[in-house]
Design a protein around this ligand. Structure first.
Ligand SMILES: [Zn+2]
Ligand SMILES: [Zn+2]
Length: 103
């Protein structure tokens, strides 16, 4: 299955991606953070390969998922495995995660 996103748009939420960081770059930042607390969980945090037209500002790879949606997916994943860490994750990787949780 090939996922394709229109120019600068996130395939999941349809928002324009204003702060493009690909899921691989985000996942590696997240792994560093999670590893400090839960080494086993950290190995399961991986980026998704989603094709798009938005270029990552960090590595230059094209992506189609906004940091907010990726963080949300990882947040939900961590919450299932380690709810306490999920709270800390939300305050560290705050791509509108907390706003979303309040509303
Ligand atoms: Zn999105
Ligand atoms: Zn990247």
């Amino acid at each position: 299955m090939v996922n394709r996103a229109p120019f600068n748009q996130c395939i999941e939420c349809d928002e324009i991606i204003t702060n493009p960081i690909c899921s691989d770059c985000l996942a590696s930042q997240m792994r560093v953070f999670v590893k400090e607390h839960d080494q086993e969980l950290a190995t399961d945090i991986l980026g998704f390969d989603i094709e798009g037209e938005t270029q990552c500002i960090s590595c230059g790879k094209k992506t189609g998922l906004c940091p907010h949606c990726f963080s949300k997916d990882i947040y939900e994943f961590i919450q299932e495995r380690n709810p306490i860490l999920a709270d800390e994750f939300a305050s560290r990787f705050d791509f509108q995660l907390r706003e979303m949780l309040i509303t």
